[in-house]
Design a protein. Structure first.
Length: 145
């Protein structure tokens, strides 16, 4: 089991007009048993000017869980994520939203990993506007030396 606690500051020195900087406190617990890993976490952003969207300044709470399961005798790990946001960092009419991910990793060696993930989030963004919550498929290859 591992525990993590932190503080993150999001700063945008060249963001132009408006105030976009904000900060959050976060924490998580992760449990590992054989090839199964489970994580639960929370992030909280207190009410602050950088979270003012559309004239409404609110705080933001994000809770999430992650699950990874390695398939025995294969280089494949299956991954899942479910998150819930309540506050200013959503794109829904009621300021509450779910997001989710399902994906897989393939480790060809201890140095190279290929990943693919399907990512989506609940949203009420009007058609024709920029939609940051659109369905996304992300593929990546990473190497560590």
């Amino acid at each position: 089991m591992t525990a993590d606690i932190g503080f993150i500051a999001y700063t945008y020195p060249r963001a132009g007009p408006g105030y976009f900087d904000y900060y959050e406190v976060c924490g998580s617990f992760e449990f590992q048993l054989e090839s199964v890993s489970s994580k639960v976490g929370v992030a909280y952003d207190p009410k602050q000017d950088g979270l003012d969207f559309g004239g409404l300044t609110r705080d933001n709470l994000y809770v999430y869980t992650d699950l990874s399961v390695g398939i025995p005798e294969t280089p494949i790990t299956l991954n899942a994520h479910l998150g819930y946001t309540d506050g200013s960092l959503t794109f829904t009419n009621d300021s509450k939203s779910f997001d989710w991910l399902s994906g897989a990793d393939w480790a060809s060696s201890s140095k190279f990993i290929a990943s693919v993930a399907y990512i989506d989030a609940e949203q009420d963004v009007a058609t024709g506007q920029f939609n940051p919550t659109s369905i996304t498929i992300v593929a990546s290859i990473s190497a560590s030396f």
